[in-house]
Design a protein around this ligand. Structure first.
Ligand SMILES: [Zn+2]
Length: 331
């Protein structure tokens, strides 16, 4: 169970003012989409395949994750996002296609699926009418399904499990497995950790998807970039890249959440997309999510989660969410 429950994408409306234009109204006026995470105070505007990443207080925007433009910083006024005129000009020009910037071609080279717990660590336990249910068993069953489907779909990529039996890799082992995967500069790895929830409140039910804030500082700024842009912005470039990975985690979380809603939402209510800094991904250099498939302590949901058919549905939904994300990421 997690204490924190911040759900993103809240943007309050705001009146227009001389030099502070409401981000929401701007977004609507150009028919773009706005996503904003109040926890990290970062967000992005999107229109078709173009993205503008921003961060409250940062005097830059990143276009399609790569090219940076100096603009006035977005800020919060009475809880609403407002932006200066030059922000509008640059963002609008880019989103409406009046820019020559090309999207980066990253490839997802590896996917690491992590069945929570294992071995001596059972995870959550529930005593159901049909018998005892252990979190470690159902996370393994679902993870194996996800990996099997991913391997069939992507025979040329590294698809890995942190464990494929009832063993107990430590959190450090799991993180090392991810971090030691060899990647080329234009390759990325995604990390999907699968868990089930428990609560003393037997009525608690539903699934959650958490995205994680990797404290990830890759040295993105090569010598040429620094020469071109000047030393002073190198730390900001690095910070933006860190946010890029948070944003990608949010998008991965959204894709998986939507698929779970479609697959099991009638039986298990979606409890939202949430943010937390988990140890297991705090050191991981990749977009990462953690899925809580449902509450094994809820009598009805526990019953569902003890059935292979239901677990297969969840596995298929997670798989489809990852496929959606890859299609987006490599567009
Ligand atoms: Zn767990």
């Amino acid at each position: 169970m997690l204490a924190l429950s911040v759900t993103g994408f809240l943007v309050a409306p705001n009146a227009w003012a001389a030099d502070s234009i409401s981000m929401l109204e701007f977004t609507q006026s150009i028919k773009a989409q706005l996503s904003y995470d109040p926890l990290t105070q970062t967000g992005y505007l999107s229109k078709e395949d173009r993205f503008v990443l921003f961060s409250v207080g940062a005097p830059f925007i990143a276009l399609n994750w790569t090219e940076l433009k100096k603009v006035g910083a977005p800020r919060l006024e009475d809880g609403a996002l407002v932006v200066p005129a030059d922000f509008i000009r640059e963002a609008q020009g880019f989103l409406n296609g009046k820019s020559t910037n090309k999207p980066t071609n990253y490839a997802i080279a590896a996917i690491l699926v992590d069945p929570g717990h294992g071995g001596k660590d059972t995870g959550a336990i529930a005593d159901l009418d049909s018998g005892r249910l252990l979190e470690k068993d159902i996370t393994l069953e679902v993870s194996k399904r996800v990996v099997q489907l991913l391997k069939e779909r992507y025979p040329d990529r590294k698809i890995m499990l942190t464990r494929d039996d009832d063993s107990y890799p430590t959190l450090e082992d799991r993180v090392n497995m991810a971090n030691s995967t060899a990647l080329k500069p234009d390759e990325a790895i995604i990390y999907v950790s699968i868990h089930a929830n428990a609560s003393f409140n037997k009525n608690a039910k539903g699934f959650e998807v958490w995205y994680l804030n990797p404290e990830y500082r890759r040295t993105v700024v090569d010598a040429n970039t620094v020469k071109e842009k000047g030393d002073d912005i190198a730390p900001i470039l690095n910070a933006m890249l860190e946010e890029e990975f948070t944003t990608e985690s949010i998008i991965l979380a959204r894709n998986v959440y939507d698929r779970l809603s479609a697959a099991v939402g009638k039986q298990s209510p979606g409890r939202g997309i949430r943010a937390e800094e988990w140890f297991v991904v705090r050191n991981a250099k990749m977009p990462s999510i953690l899925i809580e498939m449902g509450f094994i302590t809820n009598p009805e949901e526990g019953q569902l989660l003890s059935q292979s058919g239901y677990l297969r549905k969840i596995g298929d939904a997670i798989y489809n969410g990852i496929v959606d994300f890859i299609a987006y990421f490599e567009r």
